[in-house]
Design a protein around this ligand. Structure first.
Ligand code: RUQ
Ligand code: CUA
Ligand code: CA
Length: 610
């Protein structure tokens, strides 16, 4: 309509102009009413809570973004595979988060697929798993604290891509190796290239076993009855060039019979490679079934009832519907150009993202299976080039059917121009009615791939107010300095608005370890500890103890101060590390200097207000 109006105006035809103008009054009124009702749908008054958490993967930002839905308000970034100095995460060599990340691989990651834990087909609010495609890792985030709890490197995998939990038990999370290589001989001959689908203990993330495949595994979705897990494969050619990867007319959906793989492992029918039992399908018939689908499929999504797997065509304008029990293809409805991912409501509809068409298409699953030509229900334009799409609860057995998020790769002119690079964009779509309705758009840092919604009710009594005090925590009144040659341990507490101690003495070159416990007992009273000239900045949440080692620099006075604005005396919340020359006498006392002593030095002259 806008375009028509515009061209009419440009044509400067009076007749057209009048027609357009009278038409536009009604149009404007309608648009205003629509805007108002859309605004109402996402309006969450200040202080009121959203209905859902949306966990968006962070892509090359290496973390997870938490948004409130429907308001689309950004709430938190969970740092996972990349240091975040502002959050005191993995930025101080020697701290717990630093060591955990460092031990697992590089200090950055590429997160694609957030997966929530389930019990009895519903989200249970325990954990969120996320993959690092770049460095072959998987992490588990605790939803009690919204912090990374475990990061593990997966052996034999390059390009840890598709991720899902084996349902219904969530005994394993499994991750797909997208990039084939020779992990047996470490050679370069493409003939020897293989990939694996790895099954990790869902809590410890230790790799329990792997199933070897020829070609690659891309996107993952688990069946719901404790038998098969599914993965799309776009490179069954096992090719090493993009032309080679699109040579065949058909690629596949891989179905792995998990109990059969477990049995093979128990019976010793595996080869141990880099410490992991690897099951080879030619030695264990039935463990891997390849279901042919049109070339280079992408998304893989099991329906909430567990009856079908949908493989989105990508290069084919179709979605292949596979019976998740018999593994037979039952239908291949055409949906539009560039189908990537499919998600579900609670009324038997599927929603497929169309990358090339820049649309979400809603279609009825049973109608498509029965060959009823009216299976397409609705289409809506998104802005622009959607990758993943996810409806609330779509991965569970009980989707909610109210909201859907469209994760768009390009935002173009959607937001104020901020240079050649623009933010990623998400759109929130109301799917509660027959017709879809785009309600809001919101930007984010680069680059969310996928998202999951979690109803706030699920976490209502699960998110902790404070960390549990650990046995190694420093208690109020028990602060101390322990010197052992050149190793100095300072056991410190903090509470509004004071560090104890407010001073300690070390020698230049000493290995100093600060053990800082935040003894606050209420939520949200985080304190920071930044140490001048030593590159140290940690954040300590209520109840938490952070340990940070460093080497004391040249002799002098170095202030440490709180980096989180915590109280009216936040700026005064600081203390001194007194570094003495090697060989000088140092005191182990952490008692504050006497008043007499502090007042002994020069003072500012009386302040005049003239
Ligand atoms: S991929 S746009 Cu990593 Cu999830 Cu499909
Ligand atoms: Cu503690 Cu600011
Ligand atoms: Ca192919």
């Amino acid at each position: 309509m806008k375009i028509t109006c515009l061209s009419a105006l440009l044509a400067t035809s009076t007749a057209l102009f009048t027609a357009c103008n009278s038409d536009s009054t009604a149009t404007k009124q309608k648009a205003a009413a629509q805007t108002a009702s859309a605004a109402q749908r996402v309006y969450v008054a200040p202080g009121k809570l959203d209905d859902y958490y949306a966990f968006l993967s962070g892509g090359q930002s290496g973390g997870v973004f938490v948004y409130g839905i429907p308001s689309c308000r950004f709430i938190k970034e969970i740092a996972v595979f990349e240091p975040r100095a502002g959050l005191g995460y993995a930025n101080n060599p020697g701290s717990e988060s630093y060591l955990r990340l460092k031990e697992s691989g590089p200090m950055w990651g590429d997160t694609h697929h957030p997966v929530l834990s389930q019990t009895n087909g519903r989200y249970d609010g325990r954990w969120l798993w996320i993959n690092d495609k770049a460095n072959g890792r998987v992490a588990r985030i605790s939803l009690r604290t919204f912090e990374t709890a475990v990061i593990r490197k997966v052996p034999n995998i390059q390009g840890a891509h598709g991720l899902d939990a084996w349902l219904p038990s969530c005994k394993y999370v499994y991750v797909n190796g997208e990039l084939e290589h020779d992990f047996v001989q470490n050679g370069t001959d493409p003939q020897q290239y293989r990939s694996v689908i790895a099954f990790l203990d869902s809590e410890s993330l230790e790799t329990k076993f792997e199933v070897m495949i020829v070609g690659n595994a891309d996107i993952a979705s688990s069946g719901k009855d404790g038998r098969y897990v599914f993965s799309t494969m776009y490179n069954t050619e096992n090719a090493v060039t993009s032309e080679g990867m699109i040579e065949r007319d058909k690629d596949a959906v891989a179905a792995i019979d998990v109990p059969l793989a477990e049995k093979a492992v128990a019976e010793g029918k595996f080869t141990r490679i880099n410490g992991v039992p690897v099951v080879k399908p030619d030695e264990v018939p039935g463990v891997l079934t390849l279901i042919p689908v049109p070339k280079n499929p992408h998304g893989c999504n099991v329906t909430p009832d567990g009856n079908y797997v949908m493989a989105s065509g990508k290069l084919s304008p179709t979605v292949t519907i596979i019976d998740a029990h018999s593994l037979k293809v039952v239908a291949e409805p055409e949906v539009g150009l560039g189908p990537l991912h499919t998600t579900f409501d609670n009324r038997g509809n599927a929603y497929t993202s169309l990358f090339i068409d820049s649309q979400i298409v809603k279609w009825n699953i049973q109608k498509a299976i029965k060959g009823d030509p009216t299976y397409i229900v609705d289409r809506v334009d998104v802005h622009y080039n959607v990758g993943h799409t996810k409806a609330a609860g779509s991965d569970t057995s009980y989707p909610s059917g109210d909201w859907l998020i469209s994760l768009n790769k390009l935002s173009k002119g959607m937001y104020l121009p901020v240079g050649p690079a623009m933010p990623e964009s998400q759109e929130l779509i109301d799917i509660s009615g027959e017709k879809m309705r785009v309600i809001a758009a919101f930007p984010s840092l680069s680059e969310p791939h996928d998202a999951v919604f979690l109803s706030r009710q699920v976490l209502a009594d699960k998110v902790v107010q404070t960390y549990e005090i650990t046995p190694t925590a420093t208690k109020l009144g028990e602060e101390k300095l322990v010197r052992n040659g050149t190793q100095v341990d300072v056991y410190m507490t903090c509470i509004r608005s004071k560090f104890v101690p407010e001073q300690f003495e070390v020698h230049s070159g000493d290995r100093v370890t600060i053990h800082l416990t935040n003894v606050e007992t209420v939520r949200d009273m985080t304190h920071g500890f930044a140490l001048a000239e030593h590159g140290i900045n940690i954040a300590v949440d209520p109840g938490q103890t952070q340990v940070v080692p460093f080497t004391a620099g040249a002799p002098g006075t170095y202030w440490y101060y709180c980096t989180w604005f915590c109280s009216a005396l936040h700026l005064e919340m600081r203390g001194r590390m007194l570094v003495k020359p090697i060989g000088a006498t140092v005191s182990d006392s952490i008692a504050p200097p006497t008043l007499e002593k502090t007042q002994g030095g020069p003072k500012q002259d009386k302040v005049s207000y003239e």
